[in-house]
Design a protein around this ligand. Structure first.
Ligand SMILES: CC(=O)N[C@H]1[C@@H](OP(=O)(O)OP(=O)(O)OC[C@H]2O[C@@H](n3ccc(=O)[nH]c3=O)[C@H](O)[C@@H]2O)O[C@H](CO)[C@@H](O)[C@@H]1O
Ligand SMILES: C=C(OP(=O)(O)O)C(=O)O
Length: 419
């Protein structure tokens, strides 16, 4: 078993470079299946989830070559299988994103229902709704989604919620269906935009990217291309909180200021001083005790649910009472119970958590239940008095590359221990 052992109290200082975005890399890797010709994808982060997606593609028959650190060439011409294995899909919900591309290439897909996870039940009804509108037939049995088509056609799809994954699956499928497909109430996340940019680099024509109405003018053939994915705004946000919670001074390089607007605004409300160093770099410093503030998670450009747990840790140390409301996932407060072991004062009432700031956190043993809960516990450990052992760090490895190395370089006392 692996754990992080953290001795808290060191203010972080120096420069950290942000890597490629997990949530952009996963759909873009799936989208390489849409053409028969190879693509080169750059800036792919070295994460467990990326490895899982690579195994999914290889399991479907696709050849993948690593050209350099973070750069892979994908040869989708060897795609032969339309069924994705349960062992991989259950590890990572994003593997369901191969469904759209499989239908376009092989006219059928058999993919296990990805199921729920520690943050909620996470249904896929909106993905299915989109497929049905585009001429796909779908049946579900024994925990599998079976999808097939004789004739795809364009359509108009209204999403009841701007689901990131549903927007991505539908956009991929529609990009090879001649005619105009409209996705209304589409997700506007920067990672959806990155996927659209990749599809356009492959030859698709898409309008309204980054707005809530995306129009895809499909073309029967897409071609592989050379593409570099965007950096990870959630990794950047997590390092911002690490700097703030330790009273540090850190330059964060590889950021998109616009994509991080809600995160930066909330940090400033809490009392962090943030300045723009360059087009892709910011400096964050925090010398005072954090101030309480309220946060409500929302689809982009609202405050990201993937930063909720990390901000909760910061607000646990604030002077005053904060209310954090989670509107995106129904059950994303699993970190609260573990933070309580470190001395926080939080009361969960339905979808809101009332956080009464305390003066200090105390190190102890805690266990991550999911990716961002794990990040929140690491942040708590960086600020706590004494030693914190964070277990369950495979969750953290799903979404952070070299987290402990990057934190150590900034002056944190953190090491990975194999027990
Ligand atoms: C790999 C990836 O990109 N993951 C991100 C993606 O997840 P993911 O794409 O799974 O998130 P969605 O935007 O689809 O989910 C948001 C909400 O919609 C609900 N829903 C979704 C689909 C559906 O068919 N029916 C339905 O009810 C979900 O249960 C959830 O409550 O966006 C989330 C919201 O920003 C992020 O937290 C995840 O990090
Ligand atoms: C919820 C997350 O990811 P996923 O959708 O892959 O579970 C996340 O990145 O915080």
């Amino acid at each position: 078993m692996e754990k992080f052992v953290i001795n808290g109290g060191n203010p972080l200082a120096g420069l950290v470079e942000i890597g490629g975005s997990k949530n952009a890399a996963l759909p873009i890797l799936a989208a390489t299946l849409l053409s028969e010709t190879p693509s080169i994808i750059r800036n792919i982060p070295d994460l467990l989830d990326v490895n899982t997606m690579i195994l999914v593609l290889q399991g479907l028959g696709v050849k993948i070559e690593k050209l350099a650190e973070g750069t892979f060439q994908i040869f989708p011409d060897s795609l032969i299988k339309s069924d994705a294995p349960y062992e991989l899909i259950r590890k990572m919900r994003a593997s369901f994103l191969v469904t759209g591309p499989l239908i376009t290439r092989l006219k059928r897909a058999q993919v296990p229902l990805p199921g729920g996870c520690a943050i909620g039940s996470r249904p896929i009804d909106l993905h299915i709704k989109g497929f049905l509108h585009l001429g796909v037939q779908v049946s579900m049995h024994s925990g599998y989604v079976e999808a097939w088509t004789d004739q795809l056609h364009p359509g108009e799809i209204y999403l009841d919620f701007p689901s990131v994954g549903a927007t991505e699956n539908i956009m991929m499928l529609a990009s090879v269906i001649p005619g105009d497909t409209v996705i209304a109430n589409a997700a506007r996340e920067p990672e959806v935009t990155d996927l659209a940019n990749f599809l356009m680099a492959m030859g698709a024509k898409i309008e309204g990217v980054g707005t809530d109405t995306i129009v895809i003018y499909g073309t029967p053939k897409l071609y592989g291309c050379d593409y570099s994915i965007i950096n990870d705004r959630i990794e950047a946000g997590t390092f911002c909180v690490a700097a703030a919670i330790t009273g540090g001074d850190v330059e964060i390089k590889g950021v998109n200021h616009i994509a991080m607007r809600s995160i930066i605004t909330k940090l400033e409300e809490i009392g962090a001083k943030i300045s723009k160093v360059s087009e892709d770099s910011l400096f964050i410093s925090m010398k005072e005790r954090p101030r309480a503030t309220d946060i409500k998670t929302m689809p982009y450009p609202g405050f990201p649910t993937d930063m909720q747990a990390q901000f909760m840790t910061l607000l646990c140390l604030a002077d005053g009472v904060s209310v954090i409301t989670e509107t995106v996932f129904e059950n994303r407060f699993a970190h609260v119970g573990e933070l309580e072991r470190m001395g926080v004062n939080i009361k969960v009432e339905g979808r809101s958590a009332v956080v009464v700031g305390v003066e200090k956190l105390t190190g102890t043993q805690v266990t991550a239940s999911d990716l961002r809960a794990g990040a929140a516990l690491v942040l708590a450990g960086l600020a706590a008095e004494g030693t914190t052992d964070v277990y369950g760090i495979s969750h953290v490895d799903r979404g952070y590359a070299n987290l402990e190395k990057k934190l150590h370089k900034l002056g944190a006392s953190i090491k990975r221990v194999y027990e």
